[in-house]
Design a protein around this ligand. Structure first.
Ligand SMILES: Nc1ncnc2c1ncn2[C@@H]1O[C@H](COP(=O)(O)OP(=O)(O)OP(=O)(O)O)[C@@H](O)[C@H]1O
Ligand SMILES: [Mg+2]
Length: 260
């Protein structure tokens, strides 16, 4: 039975090595409906690798993935999409020369009964989804290259949620954006959260995620240092987890916590 306490995502004891490097080492992480979980850690900590296992880009060596409480077979990106898992990367994967609607439906175009592209249906669906995310967006007919970084990022996010994503992975979504555009993406995240979508928000910068996240999970050298509700810890304490692997009283230690 599905209930609100069953996590949307439960990754348990996940490991993967590349050659001799344990990129992810017995990591466990969970996500609930309408929750934003910040995944933090220095460069090379294993954040992207862990979530690439969830998005089907990498195959884990060991560990379990459960979606809505049931064992999930995720072996490639198509499997992940079938579970409602979508990813938005820092590198904005948008096609510059076409408009927002065309970007949203790239590779999964809507077709009329006669077999032609259903431009009217695609534009109307694009307006609906973009309107939900960013009500001020009006520039549907312009090529995406004419848009601001924040507007382009909202197109990338709309593309990800268009096909009923329940689980959204955002890997450094604001790394190439200015402060105003970063704030705009923050508003998008709040909107998605209010719709019950669970979000993994990945960053090596605590300032990007602390205010948006309900919970943070810190990784270091492939291991989970610890996790905490953001209301139970300070930014400085989370910095201590990221830099030293030191877990404060308000956090739950993981396998990567240093003994104090
Ligand atoms: N495809 C790969 N082949 C070999 N090594 C890899 C591969 N992907 C990741 N690694 C290694 O795994 C480790 C974790 O990398 P990962 O990209 O997950 O870190 P990250 O926490 O996302 O860092 P960043 O903040 O820089 O994005 C690193 O040592 C990296 O070099
Ligand atoms: Mg990364």
């Amino acid at each position: 039975m599905l209930d609100t306490t069953t996590p949307l995502v439960e990754m348990t004891d996940i490991s993967i090595s590349f050659g001799g490097i344990r990129a992810v080492d017995h990591a466990s992480i969970s996500l609930h409906r309408g929750e934003v979980v910040g995944l933090l850690g220095h460069n090379g900590a294993g954040k992207s690798t862990l979530i690439k296992i969830l998005s089907g880009a990498y195959k884990r060596d060991s560990g379990d993935i459960r979606i809505n409480g049931e064992a999930a077979a995720i072996n490639n990106p198509r499997d992940a999409k079938a579970y409602g898992i979508e990813t938005v990367y820092q590198q904005l994967a948008v096609a510059d020369n076409v408009d927002a609607a065309a970007n949203l439906f790239l590779g999964r175009e809507m077709i009329t009964p006669l077999g032609t592209l259903d431009d009217a249906a695609m534009e109307s669906r694009a307006r609906e989804v973009m309107g939900r995310l960013n009500p001020n967006f009006r520039r549907f007919k312009e090529p995406v290259k004419a848009l601001s970084g924040g507007q382009r990022q909202s197109v990338a996010i709309a593309r990800a949620i268009l096909f009923d994503a329940r689980i959204l992975i955002m890997d450094e979504p604001t790394a190439s954006l200015g402060p105003q555009e970063t704030a705009q993406v923050g508003e998008l995240i709040k909107q998605l959260k209010s719709e019950g979508i669970g979000i993994f928000l990945i960053s090596h910068d605590i300032h990007d995620v602390f205010d948006l996240a309900d919970r943070v999970v810190v990784m270091k050298n492939g291991k989970v240092v610890g996790e905490a509700k953001t209301s139970d810890v300070t930014k400085d304490e989370v910095l201590g987890m990221i830099i030293m692997g030191k877990v404060p009283p308000g956090a739950k230690p993981g396998p990567g916590a240093i003994a104090i």
